[in-house]
Design a protein around this ligand. Structure first.
Ligand code: H2U
Length: 351
């Protein structure tokens, strides 16, 4: 019997994180005895006077939101990172190490309307979101080593508020995910002499097995090493781009376009507002970053959606994943094919 990736289990290497994922496609053939439900999604009102993210509303801390008409950004009222805090003393035992952690946390609303999401926002509205991200990255990047933009969408991802928003956490230290990517992209550059994600984009375009959608500047694909069933990445097609702040005007517009296209496919998969955590990774920032060589970096976006079989059945990262190794049943190629074959028009706009 010869090996076939859609029938035979194997492990796949994630060169960005430097770890393996177990792929067990034969399990897709097992009968499913659990429930498969459709979500009864309620249409949300455009404005909710009790929602602390809406325009004109008084937040629990007493601050009144402006009557904003596009994006709105404010300091998180419950920040995980503060700027002015005492530093821990030097560790005197390798088993009990700690280090200083300073930073700031912001919340950013994408729109004044509570009932919109990225797939149903216009390109112009998304462009404004990207412009605000760039402004924040420029500002916070002067001071902090890492600026993490992330969107938690949907209750399944623990999102506390349905109003379209993201968070921005800037830190004085390189978080684990960023540090692993930095290390692995640097090692690749040293060994191969080229940029990991630029090489990867070229290969993916040639193979054309895992691409979901693309445009002039970007590829949205299920990475070869995906862990979550419908995990995707958005990567530049051919240009070497260190950070979101380096995008041209055209690239910002095409980024808005590809984000809208990808999230439309996501919503169409189970005809629900598809939950996910997503965010952007680019070269580290902070004082002195201009003098450092970050050529091994390439700007990209990552989407981690939890859903597996329906609008309500999600994949749980438990048991073997927590104790041994991440594992998936559906192959990355099957997930890409499934997403690719979905309509480009949002299911709510069908008629
Ligand atoms: P999610 O993105 O996970 O839903 O979190 C929303 C954030 O908004 C959360 O970090 C902040 C919470 O602290 N928030 C405020 O800063 N002020 C509020 O009045 C409501 C929520």
């Amino acid at each position: 019997m010869s090996f076939n990736a859609t029938d035979h289990q194997h492990i796949r290497w994630n060169p960005l994180k430097g770890d393996w994922v177990l792929v067990s496609p034969h399990r897709m053939k097992r009968p499913w005895t659990g429930q498969v439900e459709k979500l009864n999604e309620q249409d949300r009102p455009e404005f909710d006077p009790k929602n602390p993210l809406c325009p004109g509303v008084t937040r629990p801390n007493g601050d009144v939101n402006p009557q904003y008409t596009s994006t709105f950004i404010f300091n998180n009222d419950f920040p995980a990172l503060l700027e002015e805090v005492p530093e821990p003393p030097p560790s005197d035992n390798p088993l009990f190490r700690s280090a200083a952690a300073k930073g700031t946390c912001k919340v950013m609303c994408f729109s004044p309307k509570s009932n919109v999401t990225i797939p149903i926002m216009s390109i112009e509205e998304m462009r404004q979101v990207i412009n605000t991200w760039v402004e924040e990255l420029q500002e916070l990047g002067k001071k902090f080593k890492w600026v993490q933009i992330f969107e938690n969408k949907g209750e399944a991802m623990g999102c506390s508020n349905p109003h379209p928003h993201c968070q921005i956490w800037a830190s004085s230290f390189l978080p684990n995910e960023a540090a692993a990517k930095d290390r692995n992209m640097m090692n690749y550059k040293i060994t191969m002499g080229t940029n990991l994600l630029l090489d990867y984009a070229k290969q993916e375009e040639e193979k054309n097995e895992r691409i979901v959608v693309s445009n002039n500047d970007w590829l949205a694909l299920v990475p070869y090493w995906a862990v979550w069933p419908y995990e995707t990445m958005i990567i530049p097609r051919t240009r070497h781009i260190l950070r979101m702040t380096d995008l041209t005007d055209d690239e910002k517009t095409s980024l808005a376009d590809i984000m809208k296209k990808l999230t439309t496919k996501y919503d169409n998969l189970f005809e629900c507002s598809f939950p996910y955590s997503m965010g952007f990774h680019g070269a580290p920032t902070g004082p002195g970053c201009e003098g450092e060589d970050f050529d091994h970096w390439q700007f990209h976006a990552i989407y981690f959606p939890p859903l597996l079989r329906s609008a309500t059945v999600k994949k749980h990262m438990v048991g073997y994943e927590m104790l041994a190794n991440c594992q998936r049943d559906l192959t990355a190629e099957q997930a890409a094919e499934r997403l690719r074959s979905l309509p480009d028009t949002h299911y709510k706009r069908k008629n």
